[in-house]
Ligand binder design. Structure first.
Ligand SMILES: *Cc1c(COP(=O)(O)O)cnc(C)c1O
Length: 391
């Protein structure tokens, strides 16, 4: 099975068939499992086998199919599916860290990830936030007693690409665990584990579902981490993914590679078309040779990804005129969807941040984050260009 390529794994890995031999992945919408005998129930609570289940908060056959499939794609021994991406981030960090531990994290984080780090600090974990692009800052911040480093491999919304291999080298030198939120890189372009990540976290809500239907998340890592560290915390605190959502994610995964590659091609074409546009102060896309971490992006993803960010020189008013003139691209705040989505981070996803922090993170009033869908690339470019004319 390990010599299958990604597309084959995305369609077949992890499938468990019932006695009926159903072709599609079955949805086991059940919280409990009947035992043949009291002895069997007892035995299962003592040592639950890989193909045995007790309670859906601990595991479920449909959820397990999803976990096995994503672990196979990511190249980790195991995975644990969670109710949302944030449950995965929270679970990966809270299950592992103790009061007195030290964590170093890249500052350019999704707002809710920052909130989780603030919570850790409240519970006695020392958190140091640094500029993730500055390897000197990583070297200066880690020390004996640093138990984990945490980073978004490609930051939201300004698409800074952190050198996972370099950071992992620095972290591993002091024995710290490398935890990567890899949503923007997508499981298709991820080489995080090969580059040294120990734990990789996804919001499955994004590209994995790909249809903007269900919330989900997943933690990928070694069997020892997933079953020994993450699972005990997650199964007792109730972060489990619903079997219904796992079933949606399984169907999403079948087309994940096709969709993400089409989205990335649309992103590359749009970014190239936008370069030098008179209404834009900057175009940010790791696939453009002018992006400051272009080479890192190519080395660790082989792609610029599926998101393009750009800054309208006319500020907030121009950004709003642009958004309101779009016809195909929807105004929303998900990403990775088959439908193209434009977001104005300063007034929505990052509204909570004080102005000085927005400025520090490059979230200017004219900034638009555009998640490319799978629509026709020519239609999308025409839609964006017409909206820029209107801005
Ligand atoms: C969306 C997102 C999350 C959170 O995922 P949810 O499924 O919404 O909980 C975490 N990190 C990044 C980078 C994201 O884009």
């Amino acid at each position: 099975m390990t010599d299958w390529n990604t597309r084959t794994k995305l369609v077949h890995t992890g499938t468990r068939r019932s006695q009926y031999g159903e072709m599609a992945e079955a949805m086991f919408l059940t919280q409990g499992f009947a035992y043949d005998s009291a002895e069997q129930a007892e035995a299962r609570f003592v040592d639950c086998g890989d193909d045995e289940f007790i309670y859906a908060r601990y595991g479920n056959p449909t959820t397990r199919m999803f976990e096995e499939r994503i672990a196979a794609i990511e190249g980790t021994e195991d995975a644990f599916a969670t109710a949302s991406g944030m449950a995965a981030v929270n679970g990966a960090l809270f299950s592992f860290l103790r009061p007195g531990d030290h964590v170093v994290a890249a500052r350019a984080l999704f707002g809710s990830c920052l909130y989780v780090l603030e919570l850790l600090a409240k519970f006695g974990v020392e958190v140091t936030l640094i500029d993730g692009l500055d390897l000197g800052a990583w070297r200066g911040a880690v020390r004996e007693g640093t138990r984990a480093v945490f980073l978004e491999s490609v930051s939201n919304p300004t698409l800074e690409v952190i050198d996972i291999a370099a950071v992992a080298g620095i972290a591993h030198a002091v024995g710290a665990l490398v935890v990567v939120d890899n949503v923007f890189a997508t499981p298709v372009f991820s080489r995080a584990v090969a580059l040294g990540a120990d734990v990789v976290v996804y919001s499955a809500t994004k590209h994995i579902d790909g249809g903007g239907r269900a919330l989900g998340g997943v933690i990928c890592g070694t069997r020892a981490f997933i079953r020994g560290v993450a699972e005990p915390y997650l199964k007792h605190t109730g972060a489990a993914m619903s079997p219904f959502n796992a079933w949606i994610m399984l169907s999403g995964m079948q087309t994940l590679d096709l969709r993400v590659r089409a989205q990335a091609a649309n992103a590359q074409a749009l970014a190239e078309a936008l370069q030098g546009h008179p209404k834009l102060a900057r175009v940010i896309f790791p696939g453009l040779p002018g992006h400051p971490q272009h080479e890192t992006a190519m080395a660790q993803m082989g792609s610029g990804g599926t998101i393009v960010t750009f800054d309208l020189a006319g500020g907030r008013d121009a950004a709003f005129r642009f958004l309101n003139a779009l016809e195909i691209v929807k105004i929303s705040n998900n990403l990775g969807d088959a439908k193209s989505i434009a977001t104005h981070p300063a007034t929505t996803t990052h509204q909570r941040l004080p102005d000085d922090q927005k400025a520090l993170l490059g979230i200017t009033p004219g900034l638009i984050r555009l998640s490319l869908g799978i629509e026709d690339g020519g239609d999308l470019i025409a839609d964006v260009m017409a909206a820029l004319d209107a801005a």
